[in-house]
Design a binder for this molecule. Structure first.
Ligand SMILES: [Zn+2]
Length: 426
């Protein structure tokens, strides 16, 4: 399909927080935080923004950013299912699959994921890559190739995911040098459970200092559970207080922190803000895996305390995490599904600044992207235009959409095309 240029100008309802705060002639948003504007485009960029009275235009966002996925294992659920839904069996299936993982498989999974993500309206992804076992080489080779293939359409950032202890070994230091040379980040899993004694602290400090020397960021899977409340984030914060580093550090998950008594959560969140820690909350995988009680519905749903962290000044973004792999059977790389889930899971509402920024400007900053996702004169003519006019319509059902990149319409998401299985019915 040949991409087509839109008939300029476009009349759309945009969240006011995604429109240039410096442009004086743009009024405030309505009670939904939305403002109808006419956008003139030229040479793939926004040439002019004018207010346009009325609320009868389609709702639009700028393309979204997902700061936490796992492309190397995406779509592996059908061959390596985890019907019990426990973390232990997810890890076991992941390890079995990783031993057999090939470059061709990861190329195919990643290509499919990026194609879907691009058509759905994502412009950048940060993917963790299993880096300790047999799947490491094929995973990195394939994803580095895909990063180049998709540059300019979906920016791809890669994080080496290994047991924390690896970074203290000669092999870990070699891996770190390769990852840093490739522009990647260092990652790992920081409990629970935690080993006794000072092991975790020593390993974590070794990682932070190694990453600092190499100048590459760190993104950890930390406190993904309902035990030892906030222990990992607390440990990381203490180490950053005593040994400052110049590199950005992200806490993915931070789920068990939410089970701390609120005054302790606030105190920890303020310390996290002071050392510049960012948090990526991952509600879909957390809701699937955590709080399971052997045949009883969960009474506790550990997920990062998003709003309390935001109030303390911590940068918080949301990510999809696992997509159709042993850790979570659902997901499709559709950022609007995550935006819709943020309401029931962490009480973020898209009509609030703090409800929208975790999908747009905050992850853009975490990934170091040149554009913050705000529509201003000279910004990329990049938009996700929805078959909805209100937030309630977006929350009611996943809307059909058209995605504009550099002033050109992309082909529609594959999920919007007629399903052959249904079309074949008599
Ligand atoms: Zn993850």
């Amino acid at each position: 399909m040949v991409p087509m240029s839109p008939p300029a100008p476009l009349r759309l309802r945009l969240p006011r927080v995604l429109l240039d705060p410096q442009q004086q002639d743009l009024p405030c948003g309505d009670q939904e935080g939305l403002l109808t504007v006419e956008l003139s485009l030229a040479e793939g960029r926004i040439a002019r923004i004018q207010p346009s009275p009325g609320a009868d235009a389609p709702l639009a966002l700028t393309p979204l950013v997902d700061p936490h996925v796992h492309l190397d294992k995406a779509f592996s659920w059908s061959a390596f299912p985890n019907p019990s839904g426990t973390m232990a069996s997810a890890l076991a299936a992941n390890l079995r699959e990783g031993e057999r993982r090939t470059r061709e498989q990861v190329l195919e999974r990643g290509e499919r994921a990026l194609e879907q993500a691009w058509r759905y309206g994502l412009r950048a992804l940060r993917s963790h890559v299993d880096s300790g076992g047999a799947g490491s080489e094929p995973g990195w080779e394939a994803l580095l190739e895909l990063r180049e293939r998709w540059r300019g359409r979906v920016e791809l950032q890669l994080v080496a995911l290994v047991p924390l202890s690896v970074w203290s070994t000669a092999m870990g230091r070699q891996l770190a040098a390769r990852v840093a040379a490739a522009g990647g980040l260092l990652g790992g899993v920081l409990g629970p459970p935690f080993p006794p004694g000072a092991e975790a602290a020593g390993e974590l400090l070794a990682l932070l200092q190694l990453a600092d020397r190499l100048g590459c960021g760190v993104d950890l899977h930390v406190d993904e559970g309902g035990d030892q409340w906030g222990h990992g984030v607390g440990l990381l914060t203490s180490l950053l207080e005593s040994h400052g580093v110049a590199i950005p550090v992200t806490c993915s998950h931070s789920s068990s922190m939410a089970l701390l008594p609120e005054p302790l959560q606030r105190k920890l969140a303020e310390r996290m803000a002071a050392v510049g820690l960012a948090v990526v909350a991952l509600p879909s995988t957390n809701f699937w895996l955590l709080g399971r009680r052997h045949g009883l519905t969960a009474a506790q749903r550990p997920v990062a305390p998003v709003q309390l962290l935001q109030q303390a000044g911590v940068a918080v973004a949301l990510g999809a995490d696992n997509v159709q792999d042993p850790w979570f059977p659902g997901g499709d790389f559709d950022p609007l599904e995550l935006l819709r889930l943020a309401g029931p899971s962490v009480h973020l509402a898209p009509w609030q600044r703090q409800g929208l920024m975790p999908f747009t400007s905050v992850p853009a900053r975490l990934l170091g992207l040149p554009w913050d996702g705000v529509v201003r004169q000279g910004a990329p003519a990049d938009l996700v235009v929805l078959a909805a006019s209100t937030w309630s319509e977006l929350l009611a059902r996943t809307p059909q959409r058209r995605v504009l990149r550099a002033g050109q319409w992309l082909p529609p998401p594959l999920a919007q095309q007629p399903d052959a299985r249904l079309a074949a019915l008599p």
